[in-house]
Design a protein around this ligand. Structure first.
Ligand code: FEO
Length: 133
């Protein structure tokens, strides 16, 4: 599943729109790697790059929400923690030589991120904007 940015993903906070675009690019890289049947090392590198960028992005978002006194900060952070746990599990299974690098994996990541960005990430936009983000 290839994912393409459009305005329905924008929450009006430039830094986070740009980070979300970066996440889409890394997911598409993983998608392309699987489709092109790249080797194990290349796919592992793509998965770790996505995971690392996601962690950095979540930390930046959580920091901004906390500083802005966003009321749904804790609830939002819980969703981030659950997603990282899910991706960590996939990485561990991959390191265990399980066949996890599939288009189903990409679809799962894409669906989670699209839904998250279009709902809870969009929800903090007005609050952060009002607090000067
Ligand atoms: Fe952009 Fe809440 O992740």
């Amino acid at each position: 599943m290839y994912v393409k940015w459009d305005d329905s993903y924008s929450n009006g906070i430039e830094v986070f729109d740009n980070q979300h675009k970066g996440l889409f690019k890394l997911i598409n890289d993983l998608h392309d790697g699987i489709r092109e049947k790249k080797n194990r090392e290349a796919l592992g590198t793509a998965l770790v790059a996505l995971m690392d960028y996601t962690k950095t992005h979540f930390a930046d978002e959580e920091n901004a929400m906390r500083l802005a006194g966003y009321p749904d900060y804790e609830k939002h952070k819980t969703k981030h923690v659950a997603f990282i746990a899910q991706v960590s599990d996939i990485r561990d299974r991959y390191l265990n030589n399980e066949p996890v690098m599939t288009m189903e994996l990409v679809a799962l990541l894409v669906n989670w991120l699209k839904n998250h960005i279009q709902t809870v990430d969009r929800a903090y936009g007005p609050h952060l904007k009002a607090s000067g983000a």
